[in-house]
Design a protein around this ligand. Structure first.
Ligand SMILES: [Zn+2]
Length: 319
């Protein structure tokens, strides 16, 4: 949205990006290969963090430079959610720093020329879309399908805001409603457009159960825990085990096994890292994720997949 700074300030206390099935090794297994071999890569070999939720800050001329410094310090790759007006500067930065900056297009689904914008972003080397938000209709409205068709054809990642959304203006009417951005709408998008990797931001806050259940049955759906959730739940982080409950259970089908990243039996594999904060707040969100991992006994190899392994594979990043 236009007002990034105030937006992010709100979002950091109130309230998440998306790509490439063609490089998605774990979805390419043939149906007969029902127990895809466990990834033999030693878990310690992957330390890169991939942050799916970094809003480009147009008010900060030093943003790209600051991001590169952070990236060097934390070994972090950022999916940079880029307003259409800033598409060229971020595309250029991504070309120069392809393992640090992944360009995602931040478009308005209700704009009359949105499909044309998406085609242009693809031609410029963009890898996905996000964060979709402030929509005038529910995410599954057919008027948005042309954009999803394009993203499906490109095999893109698409990040959707889910759940409660900030109010930017208290004095004037606005046409904004959290109810249009419920996580349940992502299910239909994931099923109609199976080559899109659907990322839901904020895990549906507060509809965590719906978010987790939709991720459970849809191999192309993941959620981040950015926004206020990890702060709100910091005294009850173990509750995430209630939402992501199916770790090491026998319920799952052979198809589900094949499509789980690294054939990981932990339900937490459906979470990815996203910060949705100013650059100087990213490290504290990393620490919040780690506190949740400890509270829920998330296995070490799953932690690495959440923090970057899953997105690294999708994006084809080097180890
Ligand atoms: Zn959001």
């Amino acid at each position: 949205m236009g007002n990034q700074v105030s937006r992010r300030k709100f979002l950091s206390t109130a309230s998440a990006a998306a790509v490439l099935p063609s490089t998605w090794g774990f979805v390419k297994a043939p149906p007969s290969n029902k127990f895809l071999a466990v990834d033999a890569t030693p878990s310690s070999s992957k330390t890169r963090i991939v942050d799916t939720h970094v809003h480009f800050d147009e008010k900060k001329p030093s943003f790209i430079g600051d991001l590169l410094k952070l990236s060097d310090r934390l070994d972090l790759t950022a999916c940079v959610l880029t307003p259409f007006a800033y598409r060229k500067v971020v595309a250029e930065a991504a070309k120069q720093h392809p393992t640090q900056i992944i360009p995602f297009g931040f478009v308005d689904l209700d704009a009359p020329d949105v499909a044309k914008q998406v085609e242009e972003l693809h031609a410029m080397g963009y890898r996905g879309l996000g964060e979709m938000e402030f929509v005038k209709k529910p995410y599954n409205d057919p008027s948005y399908f042309p954009v999803y068709e394009l993203a499906n054809g490109y095999g893109w990642i698409v990040l959707f805001h889910t759940g409660i959304v900030l109010r930017r203006n208290f004095d004037e009417p606005e046409d904004v409603a959290s109810g249009r951005m419920r996580p349940i709408y992502l299910e239909e998008i994931a099923r109609r457009f199976p080559k899109i990797t659907v990322l839901g931001a904020h895990c549906g806050n507060p509809e965590y159960e719906w978010a987790a259940e939709i991720a459970r049955w849809n191999p192309n759906v993941f959620f981040d825990l950015s926004g206020s959730t990890l702060t709100k739940m910091h005294r009850r982080l173990a509750d995430f085990q209630k939402f992501f409950w199916w770790s090491a259970t026998e319920w799952h089908s052979a198809e589900w096994n094949v499509r789980t990243p690294n054939n990981d039996p932990s339900a937490f594999i459906k979470i990815v890292f996203g910060s949705d904060t100013d650059l100087d707040g990213v490290e504290s969100v990393v620490n919040q994720y780690r506190a949740m991992f400890d509270a829920c006994d998330v296995p070490e190899r799953t932690r690495k997949m959440i923090m970057g392994g899953t997105l690294s594979k999708m994006l084809g990043l080097p180890d």
